[in-house]
Design a protein around this ligand. Structure first.
Ligand code: NAD
Length: 478
């Protein structure tokens, strides 16, 4: 069991407290399978309390200057960076994340550091209405709710809270029931950083209880969500049925990579295998569909197999391991189901070998019909399909034949072709000679089609947590 020093209660109005009905849920270690922690499950009443605390804290927080808010944010950034080892350890236990791949505390603290100084939103002015000097002002929306997934919890905690808080909003975050401990750990750091009570509240619990209560809450003015399309659809409906709260939805992917025969094949192999291997395939941007030009198909598959199957499976707490178990039994069983489906429709390239516990060996299929389930649905495991194509037109058509549109890649040395293909791919981000998770901190990130609504990044995130108000000023004699 987790040591008594790890917080498992809810963080509401600046204090840790048990859930209102004293209910807890069991968290099992992805490493050992044993019971790791009993975490307090937020009830609807706890959600109401957290939102009320955030609402009460809002006016004073919004009135602070960006610099004054920034002082809290930068203190938290430092504390998160200093806690890297402990945060990595908690994530290795709860969702099997190898400590060797843990960049989340660095990335997370960078969000708080950036927004501690960059939060000076400005409106615009206009003389285009005769007799008027008009201005727009940017104002925080009020209480923001954040609901995050389990695959990189700290990154999403920071990516959402730093801009929301910097813009002058107060926040209630609900973590994933599969990985709640790092969010509570950071809540403790926020307390240490001196955040005023109610500005930042952290709840643990299951989606249909506390998640749904937040999404339907009449006092929540914006909801930022990262997770599956299935949940995203439910939340969109809840937001509409309650108070039309602003919505940011960062959803799943079924990302294609197109590999042309003029590319640097070794580099293409390295990027595409890293994309699907990272986090044992539990990565929204993973290129799970790779389309390779026929003339290089055989050599690509051979090199890809050598690279992908050299992943070092083992205890995620071991610094030499780079491939951990799937996050939990449900995730593990789901991936195995897809592998069985794949065997019915495509050719299995990798050897069939059973892995212990919740591990899944890197798995490659080839020559899978485009309408097969494993081509259409997000698997969220180390499972990739490699299919071939002949022409540019055919590759684009196959890549776009998906309801998802989060990330797409094209590998070629021909810049004209790269740009032609990039502009035609239906995807929020396109990597040229690189693949997900390659991103730019200042570049808009988000999904087209079923992969989401709105964009996030250093330059885009704050926008979605603010209202733009037009003020019309009639000036006599103008
Ligand atoms: P999920 O949708 O099952 O859960 C995400 C969060 O929503 C959790 O906190 C969960 O408790 C909550 N939730 C579930 N049902 C709910 C309901 N009925 N009402 C309110 N809240 C509810 O997703 P997951 O399994 O945690 O995460 C994996 C998914 O997230 C994948 O589809 C992945 O592609 C996606 N993802 C997307 C991005 C991105 O940036 N686009 C990043 C990471 C993960």
């Amino acid at each position: 069991m987790v040591s008594a020093s790890v917080e498992t209660r809810l963080f509401i109005n600046g204090e840790f407290r048990p859930s209102s009905n004293n209910e807890t849920f069991d968290l099992f270690s992805a490493r050992s399978g044993s019971l790791f922690a009993q975490v307090h499950e937020a009830s609807k009443e706890d959600v109401d309390d957290a939102v009320a605390a955030a609402k009460a804290a809002f006016p004073a927080w919004a009135q602070l200057s960006p610099r004054a808010r920034g002082r809290y944010l930068v203190r938290l950034a430092d504390l998160i960076a200093e806690s890297n080892a402990e945060l990595a350890r908690l994530e290795a236990e709860s969702m099997g994340r190898p400590v060797s791949t843990y960049f989340d505390a660095t990335m997370g603290s960078d969000y708080f550091r950036y927004f501690s100084e960059a939060a000076y939103p400005q409106g615009s002015s206009s003389l285009n209405t005769p007799g008027f000097v008009n201005v727009t002002v940017k104002q925080p929306v009020g209480v923001v709710a954040a609901i995050i997934p389990w695959n990189a919890p700290l990154v999403f905690f920071c990516k959402k809270l730093a801009p929301a808080l910097a813009a002058g909003n107060t926040v209630v975050l609900k973590s994933s029931e599969k990985a709640p401990l790092t969010s509570l750990y950071v809540a403790n750091l926020a307390k240490e950083a001196g955040f005023p009570p109610g500005v930042l509240n952290v709840l643990s619990g299951h989606g249909p209880i506390s998640g749904a209560a937040l999404a339907s809450h009449m006092d929540v003015r914006a909801l930022t969500f990262t997770g599956s399309v299935r949940t995203g659809k439910l939340l969109r409906k809840m937001a509409a049925d309650s108070n039309m709260k602003n919505l940011i939805l960062e959803l799943g992917g079924k990302s294609p990579a197109i590999v042309f025969d003029d590319c640097n094949i070794d580099a293409a192999v390295q990027h595409t295998q890293f994309s699907i291997q990272l986090l044992s395939g539990q990565n929204c941007m993973a290129n799970s569909r790779i389309y390779v030009q026929s003339s290089i198909m055989e050599s690509f598959v051979e090199k890809f197999k050598a690279a992908f199957t050299s992943a070092r499976l083992g205890d995620p707490a071991d610094p030499n391991v780079n491939h951990g178990p799937q996050a939990d039994k449900i995730q593990h069983a789901t991936v195995l189901q897809y592998i069985n489906l794949g065997k019915e429709t495509g050719k299995l390239v990798t050897e069939e070998q059973s892995a212990p516990g919740l591990f899944i060996n890197p798995t490659i299929f080839r020559d899978v019909p485009e309408d097969a389930k494993i081509m259409k649905e997000e698997i969220f495991g180390p499972v990739v399909v490699i299919n071939s194509f002949d022409t540019e037109e055919e590759a684009i058509k196959k890549a776009n034949d998906s309801e998802y549109g989060l990330y797409a890649s094209v590998f070629t040395k021909d810049l004209d072709r790269a740009m032609r293909v990039a502009t035609r791919l239906e995807s929020g981000t396109v990597g040229v000679n690189c693949s997900g998770p390659t991103k730019g901190d200042d570049m808009a990130f988000g999904g087209q089609k079923g992969s989401g609504l709105q964009r996030e990044s250093y330059l885009h995130s704050m926008e979605t947590f603010m209202e733009t108000k037009s003020v019309m000023i009639k000036v006599d004699g103008l």
